[in-house]
Design a protein. Sequence first.
Length: 168
Amino acid sequence: MLKIKVESSGTDWDAVRTCICSGYFHNAARMKGIGEYVNLRTGMSCVLHPTSAIYGLGFTPDYVVYHELVMTSKEYMQCVTSVDPKWLAELGPMFFSVKKGYGEQTRIENILQRQMDLEQVEKMEREMLARQMANQTTSSVKTSAPLAPAGTSKFRKKARLHAFKPDI
């Protein structure tokens, strides 16, 4: 007798479904239409067998893995389990990958992107201020007018006028 400690997953069926997915990821199918699936690798169309437990659930999962196909008038999947598409990408990376659609980023990615954008804006503002100060010093040398500090309203008004001046 092996002295392996037996652990139960309890009510967490995801562990069991992940194990099944790791063995049958090559038999993965995606929902194509009402009650119809298509094999992700071969493109073969198939449907749930009427004796399947998933058949009578009232909803059909988007992704499933199956043990076998029974060919009658249609290709019927037997021994079907619903899976998460991310599991397919993790367990069968040579066959599957997850693509992000437009605007689908995690919260952390959004925060990092915002921080990078703010840093970029601050860098551009520093560069603009340095250029304006350089232009102001060259013009003040020619006219010998005193320099206005960067924080004064006179400087801000001058910057606004230049910003809205149309190009001719």
